[in-house]
Design a protein around this ligand. Structure first.
Ligand code: CO
Length: 458
């Protein structure tokens, strides 16, 4: 029996615990050990890493990827991609999606985990197709959620459709840490019975279920699990790598990991964690277990956003009412999974409904666009009355939204002009215009100063 591990320290653990603020220098010295430890893959790019590099760390995200690739020649490098949204929150035209994937693979990515917040597979089609064309591994991803219309059959149907699309593995992504051990067991069993591809399970420790959930997933036949090296595990991060390795090895599984190296890797990250605690970048609250997500069925991150919104409005006493309104809004919207950006959209609307004392007196622009079909197809039926109120006789978008978009690469290239030195730069600009431009300007400034210095030296 074999089970493999994806290490998340460089991406999800970094993102979940310290808002993706770990600079490259902080983990550079341990990359060669990470490369030798025997992982299935290292999740190291995508998600918020790209934005964070440009916005906060003054790092070129492409350069970071190339450096990781160079230091880790033997292990597969993995990234997370929001389908047609790439790493942002809006839909990009197909030419940008294809160019972005081509460049990601050229710069070192092997596996691309591709998802759509609504599980609308039309929004991952192009990304999957391009990943295959580039010779890389597309992992088709199911966003896991609980609702009256999400069940084993609907998830298995999604997995089968993705298999037809040509993905090379199926990932069950439980972004909120609400998937119970029994649910994981049943879901993995059901998918393995109908689909021939390897199954990967991703969860978070937020509610305390994570470690048990991964264990049951492996018992049901999961091929790969996502874990974080122990000092960056737990809480809103992933379950601990070493603990799962210890447990599963004892149960007779071959995990393929070098435990001496795992110890070395963990020892390396301990001072990084201590420094993050000292600087308050790491808040001990996110390391604790929070079971509220189980009773309210809303992700932990969404709950803390609601508390923050209500506190800012001086209406924290309305929390209970808002928490009762969240599932109603979600039902009206056809049960979208509560993952970014839908979790924020549903939360803001529920708060507004309660604070205004009238439902949908104000409707946010994002919800208007959602009902218009700009995000894709809702998993269930959108409430008729609400939809009529919003559309006012207009036709909603029923095609794939990206089909309504003009090509964007040449336009972005023209706009950014000489500041962009490569196709990668143009893509950074297309995704995060303000942050990329500011980064290029700083880079230009630095280059000028270095040049002056060199002249003087001569
Ligand atoms: Co995650």
């Amino acid at each position: 029996m074999k089970v493999q591990f994806t290490e998340t320290i460089l991406r999800d653990a970094n993102q979940s615990l310290i808002a993706t603020r770990m600079p490259f220098e902080d983990f550079e010295p341990i990359l060669s050990e990470l490369d030798k430890a025997g992982y299935y893959s290292l999740e190291c790019w995508g998600g918020a890493t790209f934005d964070s590099c440009l916005r906060y760390l003054n790092e070129d995200p492409w350069e970071r990827l190339r450096k990781i690739r160079k230091a880790c020649p033997n292990t597969k490098l993995q990234m997370l991609l929001r389908g047609q949204n790439l790493l942002g929150y809006k839909h990009y035209p197909d030419d940008i999606v294809r160019a972005f994937i081509r460049k990601s693979v050229e710069n070192g990515i092997d596996i691309i985990r591709i998802f759509d917040a609504l599980n609308d597979l039309r929004n991952i089609e192009v990304a999957v197709d391009e990943t295959l064309k580039c010779g890389a591994h597309p992992s088709g991803t199911i966003c896991y959620t609980l609702s009256p219309i999400h069940n084993l059959e609907s998830y298995v149907a999604l997995a089968k459709e993705m298999e037809k699309m040509g993905v090379l593995s199926i990932c069950i992504k439980d972004m909120a840490g609400i998937m119970s051990p029994q649910e994981a067991y049943d879901l993995v069993k059901a998918i393995k019975a109908e689909v021939k591809l390897p199954v990967v399970v991703h969860t978070h420790s937020t509610t305390g279920l994570g470690t048990m959930t991964l264990l049951k997933a492996v018992e049901a036949g999961a091929d790969v699990i996502d874990t974080a090296i122990s000092c960056f595990s737990g809480g809103t991060s992933q379950p601990p790598t070493e603990t799962l390795e210890y447990t599963l090895t004892q149960m007779g599984y071959d995990c393929g990991l070098d435990t001496k190296l795992l110890k070395k890797i963990n020892d390396f990250f301990k001072p990084v964690r201590a420094a993050a605690l000292d600087s308050k970048l790491l808040n001990p609250v996110v390391l604790a277990t929070d079971t509220d997500a189980l009773s309210y069925q809303v992700p932990g991150g969404m709950l803390s956003n609601l508390v923050a919104q209500l506190t800012a409005a001086g209406k924290l006493e309305k929390l209970e009412e808002v928490l009762l309104e969240v599932p109603r809004v979600r039902k009206d919207m056809g049960y979208p999974p509560l993952v970014t950006p839908l979790s924020q959209m549903v939360g803001v609307q529920a708060t507004s409904n309660v604070l205004n004392g009238e439902r949908y007196k104000n409707i946010s622009k994002e919800i208007l666009n959602y009902i218009h079909g700009d995000y894709g197809k809702a998993p269930g039926e959108i409430d008729k009355e609400l939809s009529e109120k919003v559309l006012q006789g207009k036709e909603p978008v029923t095609c794939r939204f990206a089909d309504t978009l003009e090509p964007g690469f040449e336009k972005a290239k023209e706009e950014i002009g000489k500041l962009a030195k490569s196709e990668e730069d143009v893509l950074s600009y297309a995704l995060f215009p303000t942050q990329a431009e500011a980064f290029f300007e700083k880079r230009e400034e630095k280059a000028k100063n270095t040049f002056k210095y060199t002249i003087r030296e001569v």
